[in-house]
Each structure stands twice: as structure tokens, then as C-alpha cells.
Design a protein. Structure first.
Length: 113
């Protein structure tokens, strides 16, 4: 689970904290600021909804209701889900390969077996 300080720092450096929300399956440190939604699960790696969002999609974030939704039809979501394929694991051996094969969702504690 990546830490998002670098992307949030880039948004701040570009003066976009009031214009851009960052929605991710990653995590945030205490130094991050702006409209941030993290720990989205199931993750993009598992084909969760976050994996189906594309540039230009309208996403609604309601901080008061603590909700997030993407404004797509059920048919479009079904098309994207059908076309979705997981990325290949970048490592064949070693600790990172083991981690990629065994880690579970952050919503379950992101533990390995």
C-alpha cells in the first residue's frame, strides 16, 4: 500500500489543493493535506471500483455523508468490469514477489500468509 505524501506534495506544489481531490487505495501520512480519500477497498489490484474509473469520469465525493460515487451507468460499469484484467506481477522471485502473491486487501489488514 503506497504512501501518498509525494502525490499530495505535487498537488500542493502545483497550487491544486482546492481544485483536485485524490482518491486512492493508498495511505496517507500526517503531512498530507487537501481533499483526500484513501484506503479505498477493494483495491484496484483486486478489480475494485477504483480500477474501473477513467480520466474524465465524474466522481462525487460527499465529505459530510462520507460517501463517494462515480457517475456511470450500470451498463458502462459492467462493460468496464468485463474488460478489466489484473496487471502482471512485476517480480518473479524474492520478497516482493511473495508479497504481491499473498497480500490481502487493506480492509482485511493487508497481511500475508
Amino acid at each position: 500500500m503506497r504512501e501518498m505524501l509525494a502525490p499530495t506534495s505535487a498537488l500542493a506544489g502545483a497550487g491544486l489543493l482546492r481544485e483536485v481531490a485524490l482518491v486512492t487505495d493508498g495511505r496517507f501520512s500526517g503531512g498530507s493535506r487537501g481533499m483526500l480519500v484513501g484506503h479505498v477497498a477493494p483495491e484496484a489490484r483486486d478489480g475494485g471500483m477504483i480500477a474501473l474509473v477513467r480520466d474524465g469520469d465524474m466522481v462525487t465525493i460527499d465529505a459530510f455523508k462520507k460517501s463517494i460515487s462515480v457517475n456511470l451507468s450500470r451498463d458502462e460499469i459492467a462493460r468496464r468490469r468485463k474488460a478489466w484484467k489484473p496487471r502482471q506481477i512485476a517480480y518473479a522471485t524474492g520478497a516482493l514477489a511473495k508479497y504481491a502473491r499473498l497480500v490481502s486487501s487493506a480492509s482485511k489488514g493487508a497481511v500475508t500468509g
